[in-house]
Ligand binder design. Structure first.
Ligand code: KMH
Ligand code: ZN
Length: 276
């Protein structure tokens, strides 16, 4: 099996300090947290940022400030900017981080109920994001919440990607409204991915540990962090994102999956082999 790529999602697009008092908000706080996560075994950071009041934003400037700070605190980490943003943001808002040409960016390939709200991703929007990423050479991580989104990723590749570049997916399971965060769901999703694709998985909330464990055992990679779970165990808030990363790294090591370096992660997810 490949070394284990651990992605940290330290901020999220919806979470508040009221829910998780250790949530990093400023560029400096985010960068310091990413450095601790890098130390603990993370090789990719899935990045959301906040404005000066701590409100989620997709604006270019706060993204640039956070990325500059991360490049100082954890220079080798892979930065994966969110294009999902927060529920309700417009396409123009969501696409701004792409102006900074990150190495990688998320691409959710369908609409999903998101608790009481709707995370809207109609096909024309998804297609525009995909084409823009290909044009500026940003590797997409297909962020899929159900099987239909895998089908849509396949359609994008069939219609627009004659060169057959490497595909990487993140299975986001356990969102209220999306697919369940069960071992069976992880294995089913992994079984329908296009041939040769790599994948990571995360379970939201109480589904986090089962999804993590099955992904590790099945040869997938893992995402963790406050965006996905604010708890370390039932009733006990995580002390930091790094605490969550360290647990995955420990379990991975016991299971024969040493953590990947950022350069190994680049290779595995297709950043450095994206033309071949
Ligand atoms: N905040 C969610 C609505 C992404 O980053 O690309 C969307 C999200 C996905 O977090
Ligand atoms: Zn996100």
């Amino acid at each position: 099996m490949d070394p284990l790529v651990i992605t940290v999602a330290p901020v999220g697009g919806e979470l508040t300090r009221e829910q998780q008092p250790r949530l990093p908000l400023t560029p400096e706080e985010i960068a310091e947290e990413v450095a601790r996560c890098r130390e603990a075994g993370a090789s990719i950071v899935h990045l959301h940022v906040r404005d000066g009041r701590g409100v989620p934003t997709q604006d270019r400037e706060p993204f640039a400030r956070a990325i500059d700070a991360i490049k100082r605190s954890a220079p080798d980490v892979v930065i994966q900017s969110s294009t999902g943003g927060s529920v309700g943001m417009t396409e123009d808002q969501r696409s701004q981080p792409l102006d900074l040409k990150p190495e990688m960016a998320t691409l959710t390939t369908g609409t999903v109920n998101f608790g009481d709200e709707v995370f809207e991703n109609p096909f024309p929007l998804v297609e525009r994001f995909f084409l823009r990423m290909r044009e500026i050479d940003v590797q997409p991580e297909f962020e899929v919440f159900d099987t239909g989104m895998v089908e849509t990723a396949g359609r994008l590749v069939r219609e627009h990607d004659a060169e057959a570049r490497h595909l990487h997916f993140d299975l986001v399971l356990g969102v209220p409204g999306g697919m369940a965060g069960t071992p069976q769901a992880v294995l089913h999703m992994a079984s329908i991915l296009p041939e040769g694709a790599t994948w990571s998985a995360t379970g939201i909330g109480r589904t986090h540990l089962p999804v993590t464990l099955i992904a590790l055992a099945a040869g997938g990679h893992v995402r963790t962090g406050f965006e996905d779970t604010i708890f370390y165990a039932k009733g006990r808030l995580a002390r930091s994102n790094a605490e969550l990363i360290a647990r995955v790294a420990r379990i991975g090591a016991e299971a024969g999956r040493e953590v990947a370096t950022p350069d190994q992660a680049r290779e595995i997810v297709g950043i450095t082999r994206r033309s071949g």
